[in-house]
Write a protein that binds this ligand. Structure first.
Ligand code: G1P
Length: 283
């Protein structure tokens, strides 16, 4: 796809989804199926992410995947026997949302062979992305807003032409779970990020402003990631690579004002399920 939809003010076409993680917090449910395929009501978590990217005008979905993740590929493909079976029946409508995505998008995959952190996952996606700006969605962070969070971030990208990270205030006791940032408020309501720390102790945190799982990254991040040594938890951290760009005034924070569910935790997952059960029409 080469066209830029009217609602995407930038030529950002690709969204990267790091989906290689094991999902140990959901065992035994995730023993033989990807955590991204767990449903929030009737739709798998990963489909919400892909819908958000499509709503931001992106049409190439690039997955950094791993063993046990084949169900994701199958989900974004036609299932002939099933479709043949329900064709012409009232049940056909249940497949309409996924059919629309399959018709609109190209899905590409690369495997991450070792779990070495989010930074390593992003770098593994380089062959799928090449030299262009791209979106990143961590599907665990399910975001509900009046319009796609990533779409709102593409607008900010169009203005600033640098990396954009979505940020949200979290409770002080939760700062150790996130990449924490601080910076200078800009007139348009965004933040020029100056400091970034991955999962700091409460007394080391520069603020309680956390990065949530939505990013627009510029391709220079790849060269920086190649040089980034293991950080927090012995893993290659995206936050450490972004810090290099922040020092060059190249990272802007987008204050996310919608509702976010941490579906990487059982509590957040249940909360999201209840919320979407109330708000969603099936399809
Ligand atoms: C990752 C990032 C972290 C970010 C978080 C958002 O951490 O490393 O900076 O705040 O996602 O969900 P993870 O949750 O993968 O440990």
């Amino acid at each position: 796809m080469t066209d830029t939809p009217r609602d995407n003010p930038t030529p950002i076409q690709i969204c990267l989804f790091p989906v290689a993680g094991y999902g140990t917090r959901f065992l035994p449910a995730t023993k033989a199926q990807p955590k991204e395929m767990l449903p929030i009501v009737t739709k798998p978590l990963i489909q919400y992410g892909v819908e958000e990217a499509v709503a931001a005008g992106m049409h190439t979905m690039a997955f950094v995947t791993g063993r046990n993740k084949r169900a994701i590929e199958d989900h974004f493909d036609i299932t002939y026997e099933l479709e043949d079976q329900i064709s012409g029946t009232q049940k056909e409508i249940y497949l309409s949302s996924i059919r629309q995505l399959i018709d609109q998008c190209t899905f590409t995959y690369v495997r991450q062979t070792k779990m070495r952190g989010l930074g390593d996952a992003i770098l593994t996606g380089e062959p799928l992305v090449g030299q262009q700006p791209f979106g990143v969605i961590l599907a665990d962070d399910l975001c509900h807003d009046d319009e796609s969070v990533l779409l709102q971030m593409t607008r900010l990208y169009a203005q600033h032409q640098c990396c954009i990270v979505a940020v949200e205030e979290v409770r002080r006791e939760d700062v150790c779970k996130y990449g924490i940032v601080s910076g200078q408020a800009l007139p348009d309501g965004s933040i020029r990020i100056e400091q970034m720390v991955e999962k700091p102790a409460i007394d080391q945190a520069p603020s309680n402003l956390a990065m949530i799982g939505r990013y627009i990254l510029t391709p220079d991040i790849f060269d920086i990631l190649r040089e980034t040594p293991p950080g927090n938890g012995g893993e290659i951290q995206l936050t450490d690579a972004l810090k290099v760009l922040a020092a060059r005034n190249k990272v802007i924070g987008f204050p996310f004002s919608g509702r976010r569910f941490d579906c990487g935790s059982v509590e957040g997952f249940v909360e999201a399920t209840n919320f979407y059960f109330q708000h969603q029409t099936r399809g």
